[in-house]
Structures are given as C-alpha cells and as structure tokens.
Ligand binder design. Structure first.
Ligand code: S3P
Length: 443
C-alpha cells in the first residue's frame, strides 16, 4: 500500500507456460460481501474472499464503523453485522489506500447514516474524481467537503433519514450506481437508478440475495433499478468466485507465449464482466470453457487456454463496460497480434488508478510497440506474433493493472523489461508473481 518502498521487477522472455492455476476471489464481489454482511443483522460467512489490500481497506473501514470481521484459520471470513442504520461514527479517518471501489461505495453507505467520516487515500486515489458520487449523494442529503476538484481527502456528514432520488447515471459506472443503491438501503422510500449503459451487476444480485426488495427492469432508456429503502438484510453464506479481471493476465500470457497450455480455474463469467474473453476469441484466441457451473449466484468456468496467433480487431465501444479493467492487457495482446487493433469510447480509462490510455501508450512505445494514442482509445499495429523489442523501465504509476500488463509484455519481449514498482499488485492479485512462476515464467 502507499508508503511502502517501490518493488521493481525485471522480466526476460519466457519459455512455454504450462499448468493449472486458480485466481483469487473477485474484487468487486469481495467488497460488496463485506459491506452487505456488515449491514445484516447476524453472522455471515464468506469463503474465497480476495485478501488484497483494496478489500482489506474495506474490511478495516467496516470494522471502524462497528462490524466485527474475523478471518478464520481455514480462510473463511465471519462478519457480525450492525444492521442497516446501525453504522457507528468511526474514530479516525478511513484510509482507502488505492481503492476507488471502497471509497465510492462506502461514501454511499455513510451518506444515509447520521455519522461523519473522513476519507483519505494514496497519491493515485487522491487524483481520482469523486464528483460523480458527490453529486447524487448531496442530492440525497449528505454534506460533503472535498479537496479541490472533488477529490480526496474529503469529509462526508451523512444524514438519517436521507432523501430517495431518481438518478440517471451520466457515466457508465458500477461504483456510482452502487454508491446510490447502498445509500438507498437506509433511506425511506424508493431509490431509483437508471443506467443507459449496463455495468457490472454484482450489487443488484447481492442485495437481492441479502433479502432487499430490489427490482431491475430493462426499458428503452436503459436498465432501471429500484431499491425499497429501510431494508432489512439477512445474513448470508457467500462463496466468492475467482476474479475474471485477474484471470485476464495469465490468460493473455498463455495466449502470447508460444507453446503454452494453461488452465485457469474458477473464473467468474458474469456477462457484465466477461467481455475480454469474447474479444480475445474474436481475435482468434483458443480459449475453451470447461466445467461450467454456478458459484454464489454467478456463472463460473475453468478456462483452458492455448497459445494462439491473434488478429487485430476493431473493438465495439458498447462492449467496454463489460471489460473496463481489461483494456491494459488487451492492448498488450493487440501489440502481438497480426494487423491493427482499434479501440474507441474509452474516456473512462483516463480516470482509473492511472490514465490507462496514456500510461499504456507510453509503456508500449518504450518497449517498441507501434501505438497511436487518440482522445478516447489506442490504435495498435501488432507484430504478428514476433516478440516485442523490449528494454526500458516502465512507470506503473501506482496502477496494479499497468504493472501486471507489462509483466506479461516482458514475457514476450526480446530485451528485459523492468517494472518500476510491483507493490500495487497486492491491491488486487497478491499471488500474481507466484502463480506465473508456477506456470514456468522466469520471475
Ligand atoms: C468496479 C467498477 C468499475 C471498475 C472497478 C471496480 C466496482 O469502476 O473499473 O475496478 O466494483 O464497482 P467504475 O464504476 O468507475 O467503472
């Protein structure tokens, strides 16, 4: 997390990757399982929780607001909730580290409780816009004093009862949608969110699972979600599926390193998350789904991946929300593909943990890829499968997905590639380097 010394890593070209690996629990689902369990009355149990720094920041914040959260020696997490409306005033600032999801969702929760919380974060998080949640939460009655530009650190004074709103999302953001729905939990009446473009629906699924009255309707103007407030949540037993956004890195590594055959087990394939695998298959990737099943109300399968010759593609911007965190690694795949890949409509990438359009363009160019940066995407002319020249040190800008993307790029580069700091990888995928080493990567 912030404050830790930088941990550089140098990569050399890899021989074939082989074997079977699991990926850790889904980050989005892990955050939500802690938050909703902390608001249920009684004891919930969570198996497969992602034990990454972002999720641990959520756990610490929920503890600071009264929940009892304990990890058993068997890896099962037990959460005793305080009930909707029962959050306590935290004694100190809530340190959100690198985590935008923790910040925005917890701002929603605090907004409809009569408590005040200060949110702080690392340099990356402190540069990210919070106006997108501040506006609707103010409309519900929260009193928010933010740093210039609507950024952290910020202080939020919640109110009970808050006022239910009917809000159409101006940006496609599951975090904004979820912040409003979570604020709606302790708000009398119906809180309504309209999303013109569908985003990940884990909050809706899990709120229903915890017994909230929530309806989702597809209308000509978009998905309409209505939550009946002053909900009572019943404790649950949750199994968190593996994170497709983490699986993306070993999957692309296996596709790009010649001769590889890798199975990634227990990968969540919720349709609002699985866009990358569809795009890769359209590029010619040999990915098969084995052992398809349901885990915790989400579709899951084992992905069997064989090294493949990829062909460039024009990515439909409509698919972007279902792979919003996967563009950095898609750009690496595109850099090795035959022909041109064109992406557009990716403005949101500029406000992630780093400006992922600029950071990827800069890094890919440094290692010899042919990349043009546009306002809302990248145009990449691939090598056709030949290794990238490599060399140089990549600035990961406190962005876990940038660091992991360039590790994969390093495995298919002629000269060594150095990542300036791998520390942020612990936010979402603490076992990343170990698992790649298990597959035979020279890390
Ligand atoms: C997330 C939503 C997405 C995603 C983030 C996790 C979530 O952010 O990029 O990693 O758990 O709701 P936006 O809501 O900003 O698109």
């Amino acid at each position: 997390m912030h404050g830790s010394p930088p941990r550089p890593l140098s990569l050399a070209a890899s021989g074939p990757l082989t074997g079977t690996i699991p990926v850790p629990g889904d980050k989005s689902i892990s955050h939500r399982s802690l938050m909703l369990s902390a608001l249920a009355v009684g004891t919930s149990r969570v198996t497969g929780l992602l034990e990454g720094e972002d999720v641990l920041a959520t756990a610490a914040a929920m503890r600071a607001m009264g929940a009892t959260i304990v990890r058993g020696d068997d890896g099962v997490w037990t959460i005793d909730g305080v009930g909707v409306g029962g959050l306590l005033q935290p004694a100190g600032a809530l340190d959100m580290g690198n985590s935008g999801t923790s910040t925005r969702l917890l701002m929603g929760l605090v907004s409809s409780h009569p408590i005040t919380a200060t949110f702080t974060g690392d340099a990356s998080l402190s540069g990210r816009p919070m106006g997108r949640v501040i506006d609707p939460l103010r409309a519900m009655g929260a009193d928010i004093t933010a740093s210039p530009g609507g950024r952290l650190p910020l202080m939020l004074r919640g109110i009970a009862p808050a006022v239910p709103i009917d809000y159409t999302l101006p940006v496609a953001s599951a975090q904004v949608k979820s912040a409003i729905l979570l604020a709606g939990l302790n708000t009398p009446g119906i809180t309504r969110v309209v999303e013109p473009v569908p985003t990940r629906d884990h909050s809706e699924r899990m709120l229903k699972g915890f017994g909230a009255t929530l309806t989702v309707e597809q209308t000509p103007t978009g998905r309409v979600i209505e939550l009946h407030g002053e909900a009572e949540l019943r404790p649950q037993t949750i199994t968190v599926p593996g994170d497709p956004s983490s699986a993306a890195f070993p999957v692309v590594a296996a596709l790009l390193v010649p001769g590889s055959v890798v199975t990634v087990t227990n990968v969540g394939l919720n349709p609002t998350r699985a866009g990358l695998f569809d795009v890769l298959r359209a590029m010619g990737a040999d990915i098969t789904y084995a052992n398809a099943r349901e885990v915790g109300g989400e579709s899951v399968a084992d992905l069997v991946v064989r090294a493949s010759t990829l062909t460039g593609i024009t990515v439909d911007p409509a698919i972007a929300p279902s792979m919003i965190d996967e563009f950095p690694i898609l750009f690496v795949a595109a850099a090795l593909a035959k022909g041109r890949t064109v992406t557009t409509g990716l403005d949101e990438l500029r406000v992630k943990e780093s400006d992922r359009i600029a950071t990827m363009a800069e890094g890919l160019r440094m290692i010899g890829a042919r990349v043009q940066e546009t306002e809302d995407g990248l145009i990449i002319d691939g090598t056709g499968g030949d290794p990238l020249p490599g060399g140089g040190t990549i600035a990961a800008k406190l962005d876990h997905r940038i660091a992991m993307s360039f590790v994969v790029a390093g495995l298919v580069s002629s000269a060594p590639v150095t990542i300036d700091d791998m520390a942020p990888v612990a936010t979402s995928f603490p076992t990343f380097t170990t698992l790649l080493r298990d597959l035979g990567a020279p890390l």
